[in-house]
Design a protein around this ligand. Sequence first.
Ligand code: BES
Ligand code: MN
Ligand code: ZN
Length: 481
Amino acid sequence: MKIEPTSQSITEISADAIVVGIWDEKPLSGAAAELNRATNGAIEDLIGSKLVSAGSAKVTNILAPAGIKADVAVIVGLGKQDDFTAADAYQAAGAASRKLSDLPREKVAFFMDVDHMDHAIAGSMVGCVGQDVYRHEKKTNPIQTLVWATDDLKLIDDAQIVGESINLTRQLVNLPASDIFPESFAEQCVVTGKESGFEVEVWDEERLKKERCGALLAVAQGSAMKPRLVMMRYNGGPSDQKPLGLVGKGVTFDSGGLSLKPSDGMIDMKCDMAGAATVVGAMQAIAKLKLPVNVIGFTGLVENMISGTCYRLGDVVTARSGKTIEIRNTDAEGRLVLADTIDVAVEQEVGKLIDLATLTGACMVALGPNIVGLMTNDQPWADAVSTASKTAGEKVWQLPMDDEFAEQIKSNIADIKNTGEGRWGGAMTAGKLLEEFVQDTPWVHLDIAGPSFAAKPKAWIDAGASGCMVRTLIEVARQHA
Ligand code: BES
Ligand code: MN
Ligand code: ZN
């Protein structure tokens, strides 16, 4: 997939299709007005008769209109211009691109003179890439060349990096657990590091034992797939700047273990490494954008399986930090993996820390499928991450971290236990367990269980992995610089 600029007009350009944005409650302007003139007022007529909507991310195909060289014109509604956000730009361009991915197309030209054009370009790259990697007959056909009407070459190059990185995260998450497992995930990190310019260190099982990562290893011990921990170092900032730490949960498949999930709850659990995949996507983007910042990405990679060697309920494991954890439910495995991965990050003296994890169904109960849950031990750092997410057009909502949630994870046998009392407040009891391992590092926990993977498609993106929070992490890194 290539992104190219153009200075040609909407009527001049030869392409398989052209895309043009229209504002709600505004007269046609720019390329849309030009298209309207070339088609003898057809666009205005269509809007007048309500065959075309200017509503946000509403898409209409017009076949072979006279007056332009392209075979198809796609009109995309941009909604109201006054409160047009990065998310609107991403979704409108994504919806047009997704519509045009129904057939293989070589060249599509986008005429969307909007704020947040970088987000629109990234959206156009995401919209035409689907989850049907293994279908011989694709439903979603990536467009080969996306042409954008702009003379800002830097904007195009940067947006292309962002779009590719979101798609990398999505691809890793969408691949089944038979193809993406700890070892193959770690190899992917090595490849990505070589291509984008960051150092990669991989800890294998032997090293993890030497490092006494007892919590992570307990989860891994039931699987034939050996665990890994990956560290990705990008040094773009001054040598005296403490790195930003990004930690991702990488459970390549979550069966629940002995606390086995029912089939309905297990069907999509290849997505349980979305946190780790988000960290890899963000590292790729940050390195390729050459942001002047130091960042270390950490991924804890295991498969949570059921077998004669798996960990059991009632077991007590010793985390790398020395804390003992009573296992009350083998399906609360993500927090165990993160406990050790966070400990490694803290040891690397990261200045600030963000972890991302498909951690709890409870977070989806609290916030629904489209909003990320944020928990923290440091309000200014949480505010900074929240602000970055707003700039990036991604929805985040803060959840409380009162002491009463920590009360719930006290154990009679060990220092802590891996579940709360009953189901209530499950997102926060998980957050409180993680807090036990961050020491005094300013830390934000992002529970992405809902937004990272969707059962149904949206107008601007196929079902499956979303690549959520890659843009937010890039924005955080920009601010950190
Ligand atoms: N990976 C799941 C959480 C999840 C659920 C992610 C749905 C995406 C969609 C996690 O490991 C888990 O199983 N959590 C349990 C915790 C419980 C046993 C305390 C849950 O949420 O039910
Ligand atoms: Mn689980
Ligand atoms: Zn899990």
